[in-house]
Design a protein around this ligand. Structure first.
Ligand SMILES: Cc1cc2nc3c(=O)[nH]c(=O)nc-3n(C[C@H](O)[C@H](O)[C@H](O)COP(=O)(O)OP(=O)(O)OC[C@H]3O[C@@H](n4cnc5c(N)ncnc54)[C@H](O)[C@@H]3O)c2cc1C
Length: 495
């Protein structure tokens, strides 16, 4: 049987430099394949999607045409499952750092998972020095900064290409206790050599005029924090990866869920990934980077009595409210309330209806985040809920986010959410949550060539490049730039 392989042709939304043109107001939408349009309601039976709900759908297209190829063209050095920011950047790193060939498989398309909903904070402000993730975060941010610099050196604008902005970050306190915690954080991060200062409520007004707190409050200010636009960044990385398609080193298999691992007899080596349409042979390694679906996927893929993998990754649902082309005021920085780090519990009442979602108030936490993205949209968040794979919009959560942000930015109270309905978008994503708070990055015990990279919860964009480098080094047998031991599966994912 002749195997099918995808050849890619790209429409005029993406120019030859990998830049998006015209300025991508509509990029908070999915990249769609084969002129498919998606703006309807997802049923739970459909493939994994995080959703962007708006009155608009993006009608751009990224065409992927089928062509018959010999089965040899379905053989790659590395097969990666999951084309979110983690899978995409792993592919990128392998393509740039070696001469290996890479296949990227996704059940849907890149921004359909958590990645498409990400707010884009590349922040150190809420990270703690000395913790197990600190070095990985520092390395990852270093790699993001050098990528932005390289883009600039090539005569392109990182803002245009990645939505990359040095906004600085403000962690905002309302009470004396929170202010004391933030002052300690400023001290701690200053000792690490980062620029940081505590702003009183008065000083805060001159830095961010719309942000109002009482005199007990204030903000920890970290001027060197960044943000990016996940959709622009994904488009750029995809474009870069696709340059390697010409020399036969890269192929995408979208809308092809992985459904099986093919082992060489009883050996500990996986020889291929079976998708819904193809058998993709892997000569060197298989990497599973399927976000919150990784746990159930591995459970389905590994049906070996000798391997008892229990990967505790769960979907943690998040809503973001985007007000497009917001003109009433500007925000200068990325903003987050101090309580974010504790995932402050909200007091929203449980709701239940025949058509709507059902959840327990204990599962919901909402903390204020606010920023303006590269397209001038006001991006407000965010919520966290453990409600399975449900991706329905919950209006009560949106109202709760709106109210919470209004407590910090009173000017918003003069706006009616109802009046803004026409210009609003709701993004929903399922963060890959692991109870111990660290991603899993490493070899699956029991296999010699299967690696996992998943569980980044609310920091997958921030940690992506560091994770990609770490996995690539493991696959290539290079020494790791950052200690990988904290992220091993051993002792965390087995009975
Ligand atoms: C509201 C919100 C705000 C956020 N803000 C930030 C932020 O400011 N900064 C930050 O760093 N992070 C943020 N995050 C977190 C970040 O978005 C995630 O950590 C990151 O996107 C996870 O990337 P991933 O590639 O692991 O998963 P995903 O993006 O979910 O990708 C997984 C992919 O696997 C595919 N897949 C699933 N099953 C299969 C299968 N069987 N076969 C093939 N493919 C499969 C899916 O289709 C999907 O494309 C935010 C998340 C949310 C929800």
């Amino acid at each position: 049987m002749a195997a099918m392989c995808y050849k890619i042709s790209i429409n005029s939304n993406i120019n030859t430099n990998g830049l998006l043109s015209p300025p991508p107001n509509k990029l908070h939408s999915h990249l769609l394949l084969s002129n498919q349009k998606f703006c309807g309601r997802r049923t739970l039976a459909s493939p994994p999607f995080s959703l962007i709900r708006s009155k608009k759908c993006w009608h751009g297209s990224l065409r992927v045409s089928n062509s018959s190829q010999s089965s040899a063209s379905n053989s790659f050095d590395v097969v990666i499952v999951g084309a979110g920011i983690i899978g995409l950047t792993i592919a990128r790193h392998l393509l740039l750092a070696s001469d290996l060939s890479v296949a990227l498989v996704d059940a849907a398309v890149p921004c359909s998972g958590a990645t498409g909903a990400g707010q884009g904070y590349i922040w150190k402000a809420h990270k703690t020095p000395g913790t197990e993730k600190w070095d990985l975060m520092m390395r990852s941010h270093q790699l993001w900064e050098s990528l932005a610099k390289r883009i600039q050196l090539q005569g392109m604008d990182p803002l245009e290409v990645l939505g990359w902005k040095k906004t600085g970050s403000l962690l905002v306190s309302k009470t004396t206790d929170e202010s004391a915690i933030l002052k300690r954080r400023v001290e701690e991060l200053s000792q690490e050599g980062l620029r940081a200062e505590f702003l009183s409520s008065n000083d805060l007004l001159s830095e961010e005029p719309e942000l109002v707190v009482e005199k007990e409050g204030g903000a920890a200010f970290f001027p060197d924090d960044y943000q990016l636009d996940a959709h622009r960044t994904v488009a750029f990385i995809e474009k870069g990866n696709r340059h390697f398609a010409v020399e036969g080193r890269y192929a995408e298999f979208y809308h092809e869920p992985a459904i099986g691992l093919v082992r060489h007899g009883n050996s500990c080596e996986v020889g291929a990934i079976q998708t819904s349409k193809n058998t993709l042979h892997s000569k060197k390694a298989v990497v599973i980077a399927a976000g919150c679906w990784t746990g159930s996927l591995m459970h389905d893929l590994i049906k070996q009595p000798d391997i008892d993998l229990d990967l505790p990754i769960k979907p943690r649902k998040g809503h973001l409210l985007v007000i497009e082309n917001f003109k009433s005021f500007k925000l200068n920085h990325g903003i987050m309330e101090a309580g974010y780090t504790k995932h402050q519990s909200a007091t929203l009442k449980a709701t239940s209806s025949d058509s709507g979602p059902v959840y327990n108030a204990q599962d919901l936490s909402v903390s204020m985040t606010a920023t303006m993205d590269a397209s001038g949209n006001l991006v407000l968040g965010s919520s966290r809920q453990l409600v399975g794979f449900n991706t329905e919009v919950d209006e009560s959560v949106i109202n709760h986010i709106w109210q919470r942000v209004g407590e910090f930015i009173p000017a918003l109270r003069h706006e009616s959410l109802e009046d803004l309905r026409e210009s609003r978008e709701v993004r929903i994503g399922l963060r890959p949550y692991i109870p111990d708070g660290k991603p899993v990055i490493g070899l699956v015990p029991g296999f010699s060539n299967v690696f996992l990279a998943a569980g980044h919860e609310g920091e997958g964009l921030s940690l992506a490049l560091g994770t990609a480098e770490m996995i690539a080094d493991m696959v290539l047998g290079n020494p790791s730039k950052v200690d990988a031991a904290p992220f091993t599966l051993l002792g965390r994912c087995f009975h």
